[in-house]
Design a protein around this ligand. Structure first.
Ligand code: ATP
Length: 455
């Protein structure tokens, strides 16, 4: 029997959600590609975050900074010197582990043991930097060196003044950004949980100096609500206050929002009170003033920052784990069948509606189904399918989490046989993924009907 994570990995590959990058060449460790359905899921997650941050709030504006930046940024932020991890190698099996992950790792030769507890000796810990190096321009020399960004946050700090002045925002206000980040992790693992290339959704919320501890509490609540709104049960999210020894050195307080992944309770998002550390560093290194004049308080200060920093990929993995379910149902011929369902909330589901003619070899059904599809696709990501028995088509949609299926049958063409719609033509069945129940709905009402169900 496969583990839950193995089942999810297999489903993602089979249905075009996630593939190993460069797979035909044997892949590349810690890097993933998102297929036709994966890209839709990611877009829905990002859109939901973006809307919650920049549309429903009036105190947050967005930006989209570059991945490559002036190397000085990474000196000022301390990443160049201090974005390091420690690792050890097992002298027997040659596996490599992050020092602070030994307790969560197992020996490849004796999976019931932690590294080093299998009799294999571990090397002395070695330090390495997680930044990916690259060169700007044709010469690979020190003066051309820079790094792929390991977090999106720094471009927000560096552009703080430009955004402030052009948007005329007043403190407290935030700058939101979604984008790729790169970290040369020692040990990428647990599918897309820890990868070397990933996407972050970060907000830097600028506040007066003495209010950071107050705002971090608000953001903690707000962020838990967001996870709930995309379909992660509140009981599966755990707020952990990160103790002093584990916090980034510049943080006065940090909360991790953790999720019960199949491989344990792990960080989904970090919410850190970063004080004025970053802006101060950039002010020192760039020599440009990054202070703010507070008209209400009649004073100048370097704003403090509360940062909720979430991972798109980790959110997607949490949604997959949260939504995956298997159940036994009775098939059309009375036989027992296994049904795999991704119970995504309709707003997150990669495809909202499957549209099917009952039979493929009846031209009128096919024609009608195509016209219903044309009508729906303008409003919702829809999928037209005419191949195979109708039950099989439903099963395929269940497996990718499509919340609604619309079927065009003979009653659509000839009029409903009985019930309160008796005699009415141009109706279809709407079948629900979770209950497998069906409603009959007029084609004219369909768009509004589904819009209401999506909410
Ligand atoms: P970890 O302790 O798991 O390495 P971190 O505390 O270093 O994570 P942060 O620097 O707080 O992570 O990054 C903010 C968010 O970015 C994380 O909560 C996570 O969602 C995401 N993230 C960080 N590193 C990775 C990674 N290697 N792969 C996927 N997502 C990541």
């Amino acid at each position: 029997e496969l583990s839950l994570l193995e089942k999810i990995v297999a489903l993602c590959k089979r249905r075009g959600i996630i593939f190993p990058s460069s797979e035909i060449y044997g892949g590349i460790n810690g890097v993933w590609d998102f297929g036709p359905l994966g890209v839709e899921l990611k877009r829905n997650i990002k859109e939901s975050w973006w809307k919650a941050m920049t549309q429903l709030r009036t105190d947050v504006v967005g930006m989209d900074g570059s991945i490559l930046m002036n190397r000085e940024v990474w000196k000022a932020s301390t990443h160049e010197d201090q974005f390091v991890d420690w690792f050890v190698d097992c002298k027997v099996c040659h596996a490599r582990f992050r020092l602070d992950h030994l307790k969560e790792s197992s020996c490849p030769l004796k999976p019931s043991k932690h590294p080093g507890e299998c009799g294999g000796e571990l090397t002395e810990p070695r330090r390495f930097n997680l930044l990916f190096k690259t060169y700007v321009g044709p010469l690979e020399e020190e003066s051309a060196l820079t790094y792929l960004r390991p977090e999106t946050a720094q471009s927000i700090f560096v552009q703080f003044k430009n955004v402030l002045e052009s948007s005329r925002m007043k403190i407290p206000f935030g700058i939101a950004q979604i984008g790729k980040a790169f970290r040369n992790e020692v040990n990428p693992r647990n599918f897309i949980f820890r990868s070397r290339e990933f996407e972050q959704m970060e907000l830097e919320y600028f506040v007066p100096p003495d209010t950071g501890l107050q705002y971090i509490e608000q953001w903690k609540e707000e962020r838990v609500r967001w996870y709930e709104s995309i379909g992660i049960a509140k009981e599966h999210i755990h707020v952990r206050e990160v103790p002093e020894g584990e916090r980034a050195f510049y943080s006065l307080k940090t909360y991790d929002l953790e999720y019960d992944f199949p491989f344990g309770r792990q960080e989904l998002e970090g919410i850190a009170y970063r004080t004025d550390f970053d802006l101060k560093q950039h002010q020192i290194f760039s020599g440009k003033p990054l202070e703010y004049y507070d008209e209400e308080r009649k004073c100048k200060y370097i704003p403090h920052v509360v940062e909720p920093s979430a991972g798109v990929d980790r959110t997607l993995l949490a949604l997959l784990c949260e939504s995956y379910s298997e159940e036994e149902i009775i098939g059309e011929k009375g036989q027992k069948e296994k049904r795999v369902v991704l119970r995504f909330s309709p707003r997150i589901a990669p495809i909202k509606i499957g549209v099917f003619p009952l039979l493929k070899n009846k031209a009128e059904l096919v024609q009608k189904a195509q016209s219903v599809f044309s009508r729906l696709k303008v409003h919702f990501k829809s999928f037209y399918d005419e191949s195979g028995a109708i039950g099989r088509r439903y099963r395929r949609m269940d497996e990718i989490g499509t919340p609604f299926c619309v079927t065009i049958d003979f009653e659509t063409l000839e009029g409903v046989r009985e019930g309160k719609l008796a005699g009415k033509k141009d109706t279809v069945t709407v079948r629900y993924r979770d209950s497998m129940k069906q409603d009959r709905v007029g084609i004219e009402e369909l768009v509004d009907f589904i819009r209401q169900k999506i909410g």
